[in-house]
Design a protein around this ligand. Structure first.
Ligand SMILES: *Cc1c(COP(=O)(O)O)cnc(C)c1O
Length: 393
């Protein structure tokens, strides 16, 4: 079984590029060039240098002793929370800004829901002196004021999407409209392993640095490159894709994907796409998505803004359908408790997205000598108010 994208842009039944005719030239330009550019020694050198000196990579692979004692397994945390800007998203935006430069683009657009991808994009645009336009739903702008302020400080223009539900999908429509109108000088930075081919593969390859590092770090600490399990939370699926990438074809490595169950799978307030989703088209690709009988996208819900997405990247739809990955779903309350527990046991306050991945230890039992690597996708600073309200701190 192949878990990577094929030459047609598919992961099994999922993926492809379902785009308006007028976007074809932009996406085709990227498709024809991305692998070539990524293979250029100059590109690799600049990417790796920035990951090292700007992002702060390699991120540590930390053996969590007290967590391991509690759950009776050897638990390692891959510390993406220590990256510049506080999460894994910067790995992708650094890669894409360099790609945009090589393609001769001078203007960057992005869409953002919670604002995290907007901040990561505005950051690399400042770094490279590029114009940056971030589309964001009017409702999200009001909900995510600190991230809007960050983007503005970094020099980005934040444009409110005023149509529809005034949230992420409306921002996406605005960004696509912009790209159609500015095909020559503009690159569209998508923030997760989603979108039309080649985006899911390109984003996965930029994030694959996570599993590349895990291999040599585990070799140093455990004497072997392959853990028994890798675990990651899934919104669109970019930190997960990067964490799994170099283990996809190592059958002895178990893959665990953690989705947000929100208030519960059957509550109507959930984002557990692998359980509730059906095949459909979202964001330019065929994948699993939450939809009504007549194909309208269902509003997802999760306490964590980063997992509050009605679809899932096509790689993960394939991993789910083939059974290569075990999918688990974790409720808001289980995630919040797991976030508090990591804070108290290890002195690390995780992003609430990440807390979902940590909560699986209450539901899945491992063997005492199992090596389990969890992607600690981001830090909890941005979520402090949610933790404060929830726990009445
Ligand atoms: C955005 C975000 C996620 C979800 O995005 P993926 O593309 O699924 O990785 C997870 N964790 C953190 C900390 C995030 O900021």
């Amino acid at each position: 079984m192949n878990y990577n994208v094929n030459e047609k842009g598919y992961y099994g039944d999922f993926g492809g590029a379902f785009i308006p005719e007028m976007l074809y030239p932009n996406v085709e330009e990227l498709r024809q060039n991305y692998l070539k550019i990524m293979a250029e020694p100059d590109f690799k050198k600049e990417f790796n240098q920035l990951l090292k000196d700007y992002v702060g990579r390699p991120s540590p692979l930390y053996f969590a002793k007290r967590l391991s004692e509690k759950y009776k397994a050897k638990i390692y945390l891959k510390r993406e929370d220590l990256n510049h800007t506080g999460a894994h998203k910067i790995n992708n935006t650094i890669g894409q800004i360099l790609m945009a430069k090589r393609l001769g683009k001078t203007r960057i657009i992005a869409e953002t829901g919670a604002g995290q991808h907007g901040v990561a994009t505005a950051t690399v645009c400042a770094l490279m002196g590029m114009e940056c336009i971030v589309y964001m739903g009017e409702i999200d702008i009001a909900r995510q004021a600190p991230n809007v302020a960050r983007m503005k400080m970094l020099g980005a223009t934040v444009v409110p999407a005023l149509s529809g539900s005034r949230t992420l999908k409306d921002a996406t429509n605005e960004a696509i409209r912009d790209w159609i109108n500015n095909p020559v000088n503009t690159h569209y930075i998508i923030g997760s392993a989603i979108g039309p081919h080649p985006y899911p593969d390109m984003v996965t390859r930029f994030q694959a640095v996570i599993s590349e590092e895990i291999k040599w770090q585990l070799k140093e600490q455990e004497g072997r490159e392959n853990p028994d399990y890798v675990v990651a939370c899934i919104g669109g699926g970019s930190n997960a894709a990067g964490t799994y990438y170099h283990f996809l074809h190592e059958p002895e490595v178990g893959i665990i994907a953690v989705e947000a169950a929100g208030l519960g799978i059957d509550s109507g307030e959930s984002a557990a796409t692998s359980v509730l989703g059906k095949e459909g088209i979202i964001h330019g690709c065929k994948t699993l998505l939450m939809q009504t009988h007549d194909g309208q996208i269902t509003e997802p819900y999760s306490i964590s803004a980063g997992l509050d997405y009605p679809g899932v990247g096509p790689m993960h739809a394939h991993l789910s359908k083939t059974g290569r990955a075990e999918f688990m779903s974790i409720t808001d309350s289980d995630a919040m408790e797991a976030g508090l527990e990591l804070s108290k046991l290890e002195g690390i306050i995780p992003a609430i997205e990440t807390s979902h991945a940590l909560a699986i230890f209450n539901y899945k039992t491992f063997k005492p000598d199992d090596v389990v690597v969890v992607s600690l996708s981001g830090r909890g600073d941005k979520d402090l108010n949610t933790y404060i309200d929830y726990f009445k701190l």
